[in-house]
Structure formats: C-alpha cells, structure tokens
Design a protein around this ligand. Structure first.
Ligand SMILES: Cc1cc2nc3c(=O)[nH]c(=O)nc-3n(C[C@H](O)[C@H](O)[C@H](O)COP(=O)(O)OP(=O)(O)OC[C@H]3O[C@@H](n4cnc5c(N)ncnc54)[C@H](O)[C@@H]3O)c2cc1C
Length: 475
C-alpha cells in the first residue's frame, strides 16, 4: 500500500463530498460556479437511481439506464473532481478524509468543508445471516444477483424432476410491503402471469406462488388508508398472497419461517427477497463518535437544523444516513433537497456571507408506488390517484428524475415494450458457463464466489459438492 498525500492545503477552499448518490450529487451541483474546489468520492463509479432497481432485477431495464457514470454526470462542472475510492475514516481534528483507491492505494483528502452523504444499507433485524438467503436491493450488483435468482428459479424449476421441487423453485417470498416490496411483488406476478408462460415446456409459470409479508398491519405503511386498501386489493387480484401482521422468524436456503396471526409456519421457498429494514452507513456512527454526537437505532446520525454536526460548522451530513428533528423519511427527495441546501450554504459562505442560515425545510412533493404494469398509487400534495392515472404520474416523475435524455428516452422505450405492448423483458441475461466443469469434477467444489451457479442457486455455498446426476426432466 502506498500513501498518496495530496498537497491540497494550498489554493482555494476545499470541499470534499463523500457519496455520489442523490444527496452528494445535488450538493456538488449546487456548488456550480462557486469559488471552491470540490472532490466527490464514491466507492462506485456511477450515480444510482435506486427507485428503479426492481426493474433491473426483473429484466425490464438494463443497469446502465439507471446508473450513469458519475464522471459524466458532473463533467460540465469544472470545479468538481470525481474519485473512485472507499472512505474508511474521517479525522475531524486534522480535517482529512482517509480513503482507499481500487488498487488499495491510500488517499488522504484534506478539506475545509466536508459533506457526508453515504446513504444506508439493509438491516436484517439482528439476523445478518439472512442476507445470504434473502438478498436486498441497494446496488446494481444486488439487482443483478436478484435477477439471476428470480430467472434462475424458473430455469431450475424447468429441469426439476418432482412437483415438490418445481413448487419450491416457483415460490417467491418478498419480506417487507413498503414501496420496494410492493413494486417487486407486482413485477414477480407480471413475470409469472404474462411474460413467461409460453416460454417453458415443463412448468406452468402461472402456478408460481408469490407471497408478500410484513409485520405491519397494512401494505405501504406511510400511505393514506384509501391507497393502502387499493394496493392490497390489486395485489391480491394478481394472485399475490398478502400476509400482514406477519414477520420472518427464520430462514435457510430452502425455506422461510414466518409468524403471523395463525401462528408459526415454515414455507418452502428458494427465492426470498429482503425489502424490509435499513441501516445507515457506518460513517454515521464514526462521525458521532468523533464529534460526541448521537445515532438512533438505525444508525442515523443526529444533525443540527442546518444539517451540520453539532458544534462543527464545517461538517455536514445529509440524506438516508441522518435523522433530523422533524424525522424526515428516507427518500430521495429529502436527500436531494438537503444536498441543494447544503451546497448553497457553502457557496454563500465562500462568497463571505457568514450569517446564520435558515434551517433546512423539506418540501414534500408526494409519494407513489407501482403495483404492476399500468397500475400505481400516488399521493401528490393530498390528491390521491390510482390505476392508470397514478401510473402515468409515476412514469412521468421517475423518467424526469433520471439523469440524461438518452437514459430517459431509453427507459421510456423499454417501458413501452415491456409494460404496454408485448410485456417484453429485454434484459434477462444470466449464464452458468462455469458449472459444467465443476459438476463433472468432484474435486472442484461448487459455489466459489465467482461461480455463476452460486448466484442462481441459493442452496450453493462454498464447499458444496456437485449435484448428483439425475434423469432428464420431463413435462
Ligand atoms: C430499492 C429502493 C427503492 C427506492 N425507491 C424510492 C422511491 O421510489 N422514491 C424515493 O423517494 N426514494 C426511494 N428510495 C430511497 C432513496 O433511493 C434514498 O432515500 C436515496 O438514495 C438517499 O440518498 P443518499 O444520497 O442519502 O444516499 P444514496 O443515494 O444511497 O448514495 C450514497 C452513496 O454513497 C456511496 N458510499 C457509501 N459509503 C461509502 C464509502 N464508505 N465510501 C465512498 N462512497 C460511499 C454509495 O456508493 C452511494 O453512491 C429507494 C431506495 C431503494 C434502495
């Protein structure tokens, strides 16, 4: 490991932004034209539009449409430099950020002002071991893994030799009935009912069982009752089993155990998806320890009304990793508005305006979720829309928030093909090229990290012996 000490103590005011997600990018954009040098550092090279991840996981969109390169997003802003590196430590006293480049090179980034917008990840409510059996969706890699698991389940059902095996592969459980869980369950039903039926010969994909469960008494908990009821009814019409007041209590590769109003039940299901809890970036806790601040149960850092750390005017934290006095929801709009607010504040200070800023105020533009093709619920400033109308508003808002006209047109084109006309899913790539050699050579264990089969088959873990030879499956 080498140490790259960037001598950046000289020159203009230095702003370091950790995270190129919704909050970080908006902060950088708000600093356009400011007399400052901005470095935005992210451990991925892209700006991810998380609300459409479920469409990558179900083959509607290709990853590139929702994840443009961060460099490209900010290329026109000459005062911004983009770095691909993982931030591991922040020294508030020395005012430096410590990061590691992809080759392990250490990077030390001095700052005059720091903005941390590192987002959140999944929380498995004290069961981190469930992550292996029920992956969540936070990154492009997560969505690709889920796509392999979902489409792979049908491939494995097609070659299964018993009805029990087929059904085990064709049972899908989504844990968490918030917007992500509802949207994913809706698309799973679309795949099973409309997209796949004529493509398989040994299975009837329409017999797939899709279960959506949540410990809460309603789907879409933050939405109005009318929209919750509409959503539940629509999901059930699609054949989805909605189980409320029901929580996951155990899990393995073959099944999930749930506890609901009728007691405990083990459901045989090879494909499980986690769409439940969130845990703030560990950088929140790190900043709390360094500054004497606090984090809540989800690891969210408490910030002042101007999004700065208590008694630290030069350090801001925004987005999913923070909690504010008014307990704002962890949504993109909050992160974006906080990013713009903080960027403007830093810009004003760079101009010599040292007045105390007005506190950050969130402008709630509404919330929405799709339930399947051509159906959505939307609550836009008190106006509640369902069905086609809700879907139209949802499409408009989501396409306009994508970055770049190419991505917007590309997404619209894919939506027209996949949701309107042929229910075509053009982005379904999975492959198992590594499996055969390993299957015939007992010395080679299946399930090494690079093994594509491990991605497809949740039962394969490192060291798993090859599957026994079996007769060709018949219809
Ligand atoms: C599946 C899903 C669906 C969603 N749907 C909606 C929706 O429909 N509507 C809505 O409003 N919100 C939705 N959200 C929530 C929304 O995406 C988040 O609220 C928003 O992304 C938060 O922005 P952020 O800037 O705080 O974090 P993020 O956008 O997550 O950005 C954090 C960035 O920090 C980087 N990072 C993290 N740690 C480090 C590190 N140590 N070093 C370097 N870089 C780091 C990450 O790579 C990432 O790019 C959804 C979220 C998910 C996961």
């Amino acid at each position: 490991m080498s140490t790259a000490e960037h001598d950046e103590r000289q020159g203009r005011h230095k702003v370091v932004i950790v995270g190129g997600g919704f909050g970080g990018v908006q902060a950088a954009k708000a600093l356009k034209g400011a007399d400052v040098d901005v470095t935005i550092v992210d451990r991925t090279n892209h700006h991810l539009f998380q609300p459409l991840l479920y469409q990558v996981a179900t083959g509607i969109l290709s990853p590139g449409l929702i994840a443009p390169a961060l460099r490209r997003v900010l290329k026109k802003q000459s005062n911004v430099r983009t770095l691909l590196a993982e931030v591991g430590d922040i020294d508030l006293e020395a005012k430096v950020v410590h990061a590691a480049a992809p080759d392990g090179q250490r990077i030390v980034l001095p700052y005059d002002t720091l903005v941390v917008a590192a987002g959140a990840t999944h929380a498995y409510f004290g069961h981190p071991e469930w992550a292996e059996h029920a992956p969540g969706m936070k990154s492009i890699e997560d969505a690709r893994l889920l796509r392999s698991r979902i489409l792979g389940a049908y491939e494995l059902a097609e070659v299964a030799t018993t009805e029990e095996e087929k059904q085990a592969w064709m049972t899908f459980v989504v844990v968490g009935a918030g917007p992500t869980g509802v949207e994913l369950a809706g698309q799973l039903a679309e795949l099973a009912q409309y997209v796949l039926p004529r493509e398989y010969r040994s299975i009837d994909t329409r017999s797939a069982r899709i279960i959506l469960l949540d410990a809460a008494p309603a789907v879409l908990p933050p939405f109005a009752k009318k929209l919750q009821n509409y959503t539940r009814k629509t999901l059930e019409k699609k054949g989805i089993e909605v189980r409320l007041n029901t929580m996951a209590t155990g899990m393995d590769a073959d099944s999930i155990t749930v506890k609901g109003p009728n007691g405990e039940e083990r459901i045989t299901a090879r494909t499980k998806v986690w769409a439940a809890g969130v845990q703030a970036s560990p950088l929140g806790e790190l900043l709390a320890k360094a500054s004497g601040g606090e984090v809540d149960r989800a690891g969210r850092l408490t910030v002042d009304p101007d999004c700065s750390l208590p008694d630290r005017r030069d350090v801001f934290a925004i987005g999913d990793m923070v909690s504010t006095i008014d307990r704002l929801p962890g949504v993109a709009q909050v992160a974006m508005q906080q990013g713009t607010y903080v960027g403007k504040l830093i810009k004003a200070r760079a101009k010599g305006d040292d007045t105390t800023p007005a506190p950050f105020k969130y402008f709630d533009k509404g919330s929405m979720a799709t339930i399947g093709a051509r159906e959505a619920v939307a609550d836009v400033r008190g106006i509640k829309l369902t069905g086609w109308l809700g879907y139209f508003i949802w499409c408009y808002v989501h396409v306009m928030f994508l970055i770049g006209w190419g991505n917007r047109f590309g997404t619209l084109y894919n939506w027209l093909r996949s949701l309107r006309y042929a229910r075509f899913r053009g982005h379904r790539l999975i492959s198992v090229t590594a499996s055969y050699d390993k299957a015939v050579d007992p010395e080679k264990p299946l399930g090494e990290k690079t093994d594509e089969r491990a991605e497809l088959d949740p039962r394969v873990s490192p060291g798993t012996p090859p599957a026994p030879e079996r007769p060709a499956a018949t219809g």
